[in-house]
Design a protein around this ligand. Structure first.
Ligand SMILES: *Cc1c(COP(=O)(O)O)cnc(C)c1O
Length: 434
């Protein structure tokens, strides 16, 4: 059955209507393997499209600067209480506009201009906001880099400890955008304690795995945990923050302040960095926090990893090496260091055939960040529409065919593209009628 989703757009703004339809069809006829993407659930799409986008609600529940926020307070309180139950955290803030603004709030709350922070460079799988030079975080703060071992692709916690002891950062980021292995938050916490640093986990990429219990839980170990609500979580494009209530470094770093850690963070988000919260996104976040408490969601989280591991095994069996030799998460890095073609060549060829991913540096890469020797593949989106291990076998075969024919890709692309579209038509994609 076809439901008309956007009747007003269709009738009065055909240009935008057509482009939305085209994008939806594209996303429902290709393999979405960008590791940071997935498909938001229907409830999230509906809440995002609601009248809540109209409302100004500067402030926090029961402490607003505008009238008319009775229901808005209930919505934000629901999002917070569901979120706290889901993650078991002491404090939650659901107002950050996205993941980067959530991370900005951490800097704003805890640090002073020029302070030292430890983070992984973008070229090694870290995020822009963890101190990369072109970001405010690398310009206003001093990044002390740490990186996965160039041979094993894994973090060496002894090395992280050495760097921390030598440099004495005020804050350590734990969490990356292109790291296929589990993080040892207990070891990070030990190190942070030893050097007197705040420990902040950024779980944007792995939140559903934590909810499903297939990745260690940072909440007991960290001062602050930041996240996006989109990516694998399947919520709206937004961010959220979790923290302890008390600031264990109050005397050391904030002796003049009358605020605890939770208050410092809240005040950094609003009024420190933002104005009115995006209440349609906050409502949608409440929706995904509810869904994430179901057994079905936990199965989704666990299946993401099973699919990634199945995909790794199939690709390796086809003679396609994987950086670090495998994965414990949702993502893997195809390693093309021995090939004549680059990661960028491969990502372009894959896209021509309907496999959408991104080129990425791999550990020990000798090519430039604009070409790279790797492609990052994630299984969250494919898993969210119900794909399983047997489907990963097909996906691996398509990827292998693309790589084999990379020099005459136009001769095989239409055929592979059609096969993938046919395969995708067997699954149902939220928000599309395609
Ligand atoms: C995606 C991501 C973010 C930021 O997300 P945006 O919503 O794009 O600002 C932060 N940290 C990590 C590790 C990420 O992967």
């Amino acid at each position: 059955m076809t439901v008309e989703r956007y009747p007003h757009l269709k009738a009065t703004d055909p240009e935008i209507y057509d482009l939305i339809q085209k994008q939806s069809k594209f996303e429902a006829s290709t393999l979405k393997m960008i590791a940071s993407e997935s498909y938001a659930i229907e409830n999230v799409l509906e809440a995002c499209g609601s009248t809540l986008t109209n409302k100004y609600a500067e402030g926090y529940p029961a402490a607003r600067y505008y009238e008319g926020n009775e229901y808005i307070d209930e919505i934000e309180n629901l999002a917070i209480s569901r979120g706290k139950e889901l993650f078991g955290c002491e404090h939650m803030n659901v107002q950050p506009y996205s993941g980067s603004p959530a991370n900005s709030a951490v800097y704003r709350a805890l640090l002073k201009y020029g302070d030292k922070i430890m983070g992984v460079p973008v070229s090694d799988g870290g995020h822009l906001t963890h101190g990369w030079k072109v970001s405010f975080s690398g310009q206003d703060f001093q990044q002390i880099p740490y990186r996965p071992n160039q041979e094993t692709g894994r973090l060496d916690m002894d090395e992280v400890r050495e760097i921390a002891k030598r440099e004495r950062p005020k804050l350590i980021w734990a969490g990356m955008s292109a790291y296929p292995f589990k993080l040892d938050y207990a070891a990070f916490a030990d190190i942070a304690q030893e050097v007197g640093a705040y420990l902040v986990a950024d779980i944007a990429h792995i939140n559903a795995l934590i909810i499903a219990g297939v990745h260690p839980d940072p909440v007991p170990y960290c001062d602050v945990v930041t996240s996006t609500a989109h990516k694998m979580l399947r919520g709206p494009r937004a961010g959220f923050l979790m923290s302890k209530i008390e600031d264990r470094y109050h005397e050391q770093y904030h002796p003049e302040s009358k605020w605890n850690l939770a208050q410092l963070l809240d005040r950094a988000v609003f009024p420190g960095l933002q104005g009115g919260p995006h209440m349609h996104a906050v409502a949608a976040m409440a929706c995904v926090f509810k869904y994430a408490q179901t057994p079905e969601y936990k199965e989704y989280g666990a299946q993401i990893v099973k699919n990634a591991q199945a995909l790794c095994a199939e690709l390796e069996a086809l003679g396609r090496p994987i950086a670090g030799g495998g994965t414990e998460t949702h993502l893997l890095l195809l390693d093309f260091r021995k090939e004549e073609f680059t990661g960028k060549d491969a990502a372009k060829a894959l896209a021509k055939c309907g496999i959408i991913a991104n080129f990425n540096m791999v550990p020990g890469d000798t090519r430039s960040p604009f070409k790279t020797s790797g492609v990052r593949l994630g299984t969250s989106a494919l898993t969210s529409v119900g794909m399983k291990e047997k489907d990963m076998k097909k996906v691996a075969e398509w990827i292998d065919r693309v790589c084999t024919h990379i020099n005459d890709i136009d001769s095989v692309a239409p055929q592979i593209r059609a096969e993938i579209a046919e395969f995708c038509s067997g699954f149902s994609f939220p928000g599309t009628n395609a």
